[in-house]
Each structure stands twice: as structure tokens, then as C-alpha cells.
Design a protein. Structure first.
Length: 121
């Protein structure tokens, strides 16, 4: 398992994914073991779609198999009908091989996510 040298990248492909957040810690973005890529996470935006209730969000980085979750945001309240920027251009993170980004909502069907990222090889 060797991560590529991003200074010698031959490909950078941008992606955006979005959807609802589960109320259990769930993987939403993965860089598989032996992928020979690095995933640069440019932004993570959390949206509270509920019309009247606040909800909490947590975010963790784990192995691609889901083991060893390390929280980088824990139980941050997102007021109803608002957005929360967890990762932005001034705080990007890299998912090296065999790493994954996980999210969890305190209430089912309240929070959604939008993740913008690049796969570098």
C-alpha cells in the first residue's frame, strides 16, 4: 500500500456526492486499500432539512473496513433550516489508502450532506 506522490500526479478528477445521513455511523466516502490514489476532500456541507427540529452531526475518519473510527467532529448541532460547513477550502483533508469518511446524524431523516472531493493518482 503506497500512496502516490501528489506532486507527480497524472490525473485529478473532481466529484460531488450528496444524500441523507443515517443515524448510525456510516461510511460515505472511501479510498480503498491498494487504490494507488489519494482522495482530497475539498468540502463537506451538512444541511438540516427539518422544518422545526435541530439535529446533531458527527464525522469520523476510519479504515476503509470501518474499524478504528477517529472523530474529527462530534455532536455539533445544526439548527433547523440551516447549513454547517465541516470542511472547506481553508481546511481540506486527504484520505490516504484504506481510509474512509463517516457521518452520523442524531435524528434520522433530518440531515443531508454534500461532499466535494478529488481523486488524485
Amino acid at each position: 500500500m503506497a500512496n502516490p506522490n501528489i506532486a507527480a500526479a497524472t490525473s485529478i478528477v473532481g466529484h460531488t456526492i450528496y444524500g441523507s445521513i443515517s443515524n448510525s455511523l456510516t461510511e460515505y466516502l472511501e479510498n480503498a486499500a491498494s487504490s494507488n490514489t489519494i482522495v482530497k476532500v475539498n468540502s463537506v456541507v451538512i444541511i438540516n432539512e427539518h422544518s422545526s427540529n435541530d439535529a446533531d452531526v458527527s464525522m469520523a475518519i476510519s479504515t476503509a473496513s470501518g474499524a478504528s473510527a477517529n472523530f474529527i467532529a462530534k455532536l455539533i448541532t445544526v439548527p433547523n433550516k440551516t447549513n454547517l460547513v465541516l470542511i472547506s477550502a481553508d481546511m481540506r483533508i486527504y484520505l490516504t489508502e484504506d481510509k474512509a469518511l463517516n457521518l452520523q446524524a442524531s435524528a434520522l431523516s433530518s440531515l443531508a450532506y454534500c461532499i466535494s472531493y478529488e481523486v488524485i493518482s
